[in-house]
Design a protein around this ligand. Sequence first.
Ligand SMILES: *[C@@H]1O[C@H](CO)[C@@H](O)[C@H](O)[C@H]1NC(C)=O
Ligand SMILES: *[C@@H]1O[C@H](CO)[C@@H](O)[C@H](O)[C@H]1NC(C)=O
Ligand SMILES: *[C@@H]1O[C@H](CO)[C@@H](O)[C@H](O)[C@H]1NC(C)=O
Ligand SMILES: *[C@@H]1O[C@H](CO)[C@@H](O)[C@H](O)[C@H]1NC(C)=O
Ligand SMILES: *[C@@H]1O[C@H](CO)[C@@H](O)[C@H](O)[C@H]1NC(C)=O
Ligand SMILES: *[C@@H]1O[C@H](CO)[C@@H](O)[C@H](O)[C@H]1NC(C)=O
Length: 573
Amino acid sequence: MPCSPAPLAPCRLLLLLLLLPALRLAPAPIPAASRQGRTLILLDVNGKSPARVTSERFLSLQLDPSIVHDGWLDFLSSRRLVTLARGLAPAFLRFAGKRTDFLHFQNLKNPAKSRGPGPGPDYYLKNYEDDIVRSDIALDKQKGCKIAQHPDTMLELQREKAAQMHLVLLKEQFSNTYSNLTLTARSLDKLYNFADCSGLHLIFALNALRRNANNSWNSSNALSLIKYSASKKYNISWELGNEPNNYRMLMGRTLNGTQLGKDYVQLKELLQLIRMYARASLYGPNIGRPRKNVVALLDGFMKVAGSAVDAVTWQHYYIDGRVAKVTDFLKTRLLDTLSDQIRKIQKVVNSYTPGKKIWLEGVGAASAGASSNLSDSFAAGFLWLNTLGMLASRGIDVVMRHSFFDHGHNHLVDQNFNPLPDYWLSLLYKRLIGPKVLAVHVAGLQRKPRPGKVIRDKLRIYAHCTSYHNHNYIRGSITLYIINLHRSRKKIKLVGTLRDRLVHQYILQPHGKEGLHARSVELNGQLLVMADDESLPDLKPRPLRPGRTLVIPPLTMSFYVVKNVNAPACRYR
Ligand SMILES: *[C@@H]1O[C@H](CO)[C@@H](O)[C@H](O)[C@H]1NC(C)=O
Ligand SMILES: *[C@@H]1O[C@H](CO)[C@@H](O)[C@H](O)[C@H]1NC(C)=O
Ligand SMILES: *[C@@H]1O[C@H](CO)[C@@H](O)[C@H](O)[C@H]1NC(C)=O
Ligand SMILES: *[C@@H]1O[C@H](CO)[C@@H](O)[C@H](O)[C@H]1NC(C)=O
Ligand SMILES: *[C@@H]1O[C@H](CO)[C@@H](O)[C@H](O)[C@H]1NC(C)=O
Ligand SMILES: *[C@@H]1O[C@H](CO)[C@@H](O)[C@H](O)[C@H]1NC(C)=O
């Protein structure tokens, strides 16, 4: 049978596969033919060498200082929260947000008791010498870790208190005026204890808005915090300020990149004088969306402090208000808003310090605690997973989710300490995805998209080496992850390197009648819930026999571990 000119003919696709051995980084645009849903998509990856390598802590977490305000800080040691956080280790925990620049450290010898009668949350703290949590990841240094089992009534009271505080926090956010917050030494202990118990490396963002008359940074309060931390031997990395381009709106004062750069150099010198932190990492400047003036700020900063920071950071919130209904999370235009930003940041960074690592911080569906109450739905996962895929494939080293746990809707864990859909997605990601990114090759690629052109694909395919921490898979295995935004199922045939291998399938779908609104998820048809406060469920794959076509259900996120590929890129660390 001759190849018909119809674009749907499979023989034409095969022909194209032979003629065009073009390798592209994910997401690979899917040929027009497959959009009708009838075509078999042929998928291969380049397993010879990684296209990119991210940090081992690529998927990392942020914790907002608002938890000082609403009282949740006192409950971070809760066994269930620690279990959940441990599931996502190894990761960074960045303690930062809008209130970073309103935080004052206070080291009182005898802190006044602010609690009412009865024992406070600390009364329930216990030392755990050993791992209390069964985890795939062996974590050392758990000695001295304090974990609590708070009574339900106490948590209930805290939830009521936090609900009232939530309104105050929201009001501050809407008016963009924040009250000063005191962080006591005791609170810092609790924060560090949580990070340490969970296997997370703490990054503390210091208040950058303490300024001298000549606009230089006044480091005296920061120094007292740093010295206290050193006295406790806390292993912390540092950052200075949060979204400095926003200071004019916050405080009616501008800070240019040169000044901020000098402040970072000052901080670096200060850390070098303290033995504990002489070699501590420093990150920054956490600028916002790279509009023209923000790029200018970054440029000035890099000129002065480019070599002082260990990674250059920026933050992004997918615009408030744009996500007004769950189907907004399916908009490819929203998914692609990051693409241009990555290019802009990379351009500035590479012009001063080529190859310097770049991190995206504070990413979330909208600013913390914003009006959108859809960020904890199943649908939000499309945005989160695509963010992870896009950033890794573009060489971004680390991404910090805002937040692990806070008063808004953008968190991974809610105030009943129940994991939300994005938590489960993150857990699956951590278990299956290693830092090595592989180029994806889709048959039928007809033309390269022009640079800067918005890619409107509704089927996005990414590939990495399978995580070495996952002992179910031997080294050399490959994990694919696929976002299907189509309302129809898609069929994919693994070819080349991936051909005829045993595949483990992990499909995430919403649980219950709410569909995309669901706040619980199913993995391969089974509801995901915590077994108890100290254990996460097994994430059980569904084995597919070698050579079987992958059928990707509509509106799903799925992971496929292609076993025993023995891919050279994935064999060694
Ligand atoms: C917060 O603290 C800063 C620095 O000490 C001070 O300048 C400012 O007035 C304080 N703001 C409020 C609202 O108290
Ligand atoms: C820096 O701030 C502290 C108060 O936090 C103040 O005592 C000190 O004088 C300030 N330093 C300078 C140089 O202004
Ligand atoms: C700015 O003021 C601080 C504190 O008064 C001083 O230590 C610093 O040298 C000044 N910087 C410049 C550039 O004048
Ligand atoms: C502190 O943590 C970093 C990051 O995990 C690690 O590389 C470093 O060795 C640690 N430093 C100490 C003194 O434990
Ligand atoms: C940046 O700000 C500092 C202090 O506010 C000022 O002295 C300096 O002239 C500014 N530099 C530029 C390039 O605007
Ligand atoms: C929050 O979600 C509910 C439905 O779950 C909806 O009725 C309500 O209007 C939403 N509120 C806001 C502020 O978006």
